[in-house]
Design a protein around this ligand. Structure first.
Ligand code: BDP
Length: 716
């Protein structure tokens, strides 16, 4: 009996010890499994010298202690000397040893956020030096050092020099003051507004740790559909408390600014950006904010878009509006992110062209501390879009690119879609701005040289869910955004492997299949949602599930697909709307010609007959059918691969992902059958009999209510 009880207790204990609820994210400092590697790491870390005399260095030291304890079972406090080698950490300022080492000059020449990790010889001893010019660089270096061990890299002959390629690496939270998150699918806002500023949840520190570990250094706290109240003192002190919690981790706080705030909370009769009183109001507001948050980052603004107020309400330009705010922030070193996602809710001849048309003429008209911020593509975070043409068109204005990490149009928190692939595709697109090789990534990096600022933003998928992102694999998208913000030329192969090693295992038998799932997942989603350049055919309200049939006087999916008996797709060639004219040569001509346009953008740029003969020999209709069926097939393959890992993955995470893949498969079929039956009304062509046929009628799919209407529950 005793024996049974004992084994029961052991079982409970092991289960608890290995409970994998996802809270730790990729910062899982679980003990190194490989015994010989463990031994090597332990001997390398026997002595650690790290004098922490600032909040940031203390944060770095705390992280190191956590990491060494978890990974190697070493107590940092016990290992404060280098008598038999070890690790030396700090800045030339914090450490006399580093100041006197031959490396001080090189370290002081680094970017303020850069660091080195080197195997060096000091007094005949082999030492690992983790050093930076500033304290925040040390924190980044420590995260990197721990990552080396977490991903089972060698600690021999280290020669790492890292500097961020973009300066401002920011998360744009779409969090409302009432606690909900616009387009958030992982619960409610992390900011516990009601109990701030008094109660600072320890979760703020974990949020900051996670961000710092991937190099994110800014957070816009609130929704772009802004509430002017967030600029009132009672909210500023809450924002200041968050800024205090984030500061040790190098994260600056930003706020969205509602353009009409001077009227709404300032009692002024106008918000005209050229009105002296309005300008003064923003100056006073900036001064007030910096009184509470001395390192405040600046404002993010959505103006004259989707009904938001803006300078055009007064006959002024985007530059007039942005420069007014920039002037107010300038004395304190703040910046303005002015969004280029602009369209009003009325129907436009071709919405794809709006952003470029409004901003291109203003190139050069913005103050030095203004970023114009387009989304990655010219419509609106679709599963696939060509890159935004503004990235090749604004050499006299610094641009910050905005990605969406939350899966608004990619199955919310229900679908496994690795966005590393999407981000990489945009960043590596060639704009030809300065000839071949002017990738979006290079354009962004170049602003640091030409304008002294560079930046990138991501709309995150975080919320109060225990695992932060709803879908466990959503964590990988947060991770990928941060890694690319630091180095926009990283590949999705590199990033996904790193994430899998840190999240699941260093065992190739586990890495390979998971990586396969991740790297195929984005294309699978495009195939079952919007293949061949289709876009904006999702449910018009929730943006989940298909609704190519939506058609009302204000918003019609027909504007985006234009399906009729004669064909499908939008003619954006030179004889159509000429959206191709917004791209440089030779890309412009390539897109313009149906024969050279990349297949993934065919229906984005071309209107084509249903029986058009594709290079594959298929008709357009059959090709479309093939893509939709392939998408579902790929999800099924993802399921098979995942299910083969049952014995290798802890039960909690295995079941979580398995059940969500089942949901994804059902919804992929919903997308496929709903869309194909809809388009079939126009093509009048059969779905070839070799495919499983839709089980229901088009009317059935039209009547499917989205099971939980997020809009209603989350932000109404
Ligand atoms: C759209 C979202 C909407 C956002 C808007 C934006 O549906 O909720 O407010 O983008 O980025 O994609 O401003």
């Amino acid at each position: 009996m005793k024996k049974i009880l004992l084994s029961f207790l052991i079982l409970c204990f092991t289960h608890l010890a290995f409970a994998e609820d996802g809270y730790e994210l990729w910062l899982r400092y679980h003990k190194i499994e490989n015994p010989s590697l463990l031994q090597k790491y332990q001997s390398r870390n026997k002595g650690v010298v790290f004098t922490a005399n600032s909040d940031r260095l203390k944060a770095a030291k705390k992280e190191l202690a956590l990491g060494l304890k978890g990974l190697l079972d070493i107590d940092l406090a016990d290992s404060q000397n280098l008598t038999s080698g070890g690790v030396l950490i700090g800045t030339p300022e914090s450490s006399g040893l580093i100041a006197q080492s031959g490396y001080a000059k090189e370290i002081n020449g680094l970017d303020p956020e850069g660091y080195i990790i080197r195997t060096v010889n000091i007094d005949g001893k082999q030492i690992t030096l983790v050093a930076a010019k500033t304290d925040i660089g040390v924190l980044y270096g420590v995260f990197h050092y721990l990552r080396l061990m977490q991903t089972n890299q060698s600690l021999d002959k280290l020669a790492i020099t890292e500097e961020p390629k973009l300066q401002l690496r920011v998360l744009d939270h779409w969090d409302n003051l009432n606690g909900t998150i616009e387009r958030g699918y992982a619960g409610y806002t992390l900011w516990d507004w009601a109990r701030l500023p008094n109660y600072k949840s320890p979760r703020y520190t974990d949020y900051a740790r996670a961000n710092a570990s991937i190099g994110i250094n800014g957070a816009v706290l609130n929704n772009v559909n802004a509430n002017a109240k967030s600029l009132r003192v009672e909210w500023l002190i809450k924002a200041a408390a968050l800024a205090d919690a984030f500061r040790p981790y190098g994260i600056r706080v930003y706020l969205t600014a509602r353009f009409s705030a001077p009227k709404e909370i300032g009692g002024l009769p106008t918000a005209d950006p050229l009105d002296p009183q309005v300008r003064q109001w923003w100056k006073d507001k900036a001064k007030e904010i910096y009184g509470y948050i001395p390192d405040f980052g600046g404002f993010l603004v959505k103006a004259n878009s989707e009904g938001q107020p803006g300078p055009q309400d007064y006959g002024r330009t985007h530059a007039d509006g942005a420069n007014m705010m920039a002037e107010a922030l300038e004395p304190y070193g703040g910046v303005v992110f002015w969004r280029a996602f602009v369209y009003q809710n009325e129907r436009h001849i071709d919405r794809v062209m709006n952003g470029y048309e409004e901003f291109k003429p203003l190139d050069g008209a913005f103050n030095k501390n203004v970023f114009v911020q387009p989304k990655n593509g010219p419509i609106d975070f679709q599963p696939r879009e060509p890159f935004h043409p503004l990235f090749g068109a604004m050499s006299k204005t610094a641009l910050a690119l905005e990605f969406q990490i939350t899966q608004e149009n990619l199955g919310h928190a229900g679908h496994l879609v690795y966005l590393g692939s999407l981000f990489e595709e945009t960043l590596q697109s060639d704009t030809y701005e300065n000839g071949k090789g002017s990738t979006v990534s290079k354009v962004l990096q170049n602003y640091k040289k030409t304008h002294g600022i560079s930046g990138i933003a991501g709309v995150p998928n975080t919320g109060t869910d225990l695992n932060w992102t709803g879908h466990l694999f959503g964590q990988a998208n947060w991770h990928a955004f941060g890694r690319l913000a630091w180095n926009p030329d990283m590949t999705s192969e590199e990033m996904s492997e790193e994430w899998i090693r840190m999240t699941f295992s260093n065992d190739k038998k586990i890495i390979d299949p998971i990586q396969k799932i991740m790297l195929m997942s984005r294309e699978a989603a495009v195939n079952y949602m919007t293949p061949l350049g289709l876009n904006h055919i999702m449910n018009y309200d929730t943006h989940n599930g298909p609704e190519p049939w939506h058609d009302d006087p204000v918003w019609s999916a027909f504007d985006y697909h234009k399906a009729s008996e004669s064909g499908v797709g939008v003619d954006r060639t030179r004889t159509g709307t000429n959206a191709v004219g917004q791209y440089h040569e030779p890309l412009s001509s390539q897109l313009n010609d149906v024969k050279t346009c990349p297949p993934q953008f065919l229906l984005w740029f071309h209107r084509m007959a249903w029986d058009y003969k594709m290079p594959s020999g298929n008709t357009l209709w059959n090709e479309l059918v093939a893509h939709y069926y392939l998408g579902v097939e790929e999800v099924r393959q993802m399921q098979t691969i995942w299910n083969s890992l049952e014995k290798d993955i802890d039960e909690e995470r295995f079941v979580h992902v398995k059940s969500l893949l089942e949901l994804q498969e059902k919804e992929a079929v919903w997308w496929r059958d709903g869309c194909l039956l809809f388009f079939q009304q126009y093509s009048q062509l059969p779905i070839p009999s070799k495919y499983e046929q839709p089980k229901h009628s088009l009317n059935y799919y039209k009547r499917i209510p989205y099971p939980y209407n997020w809009k209603e529950s989350q932000y109404k």
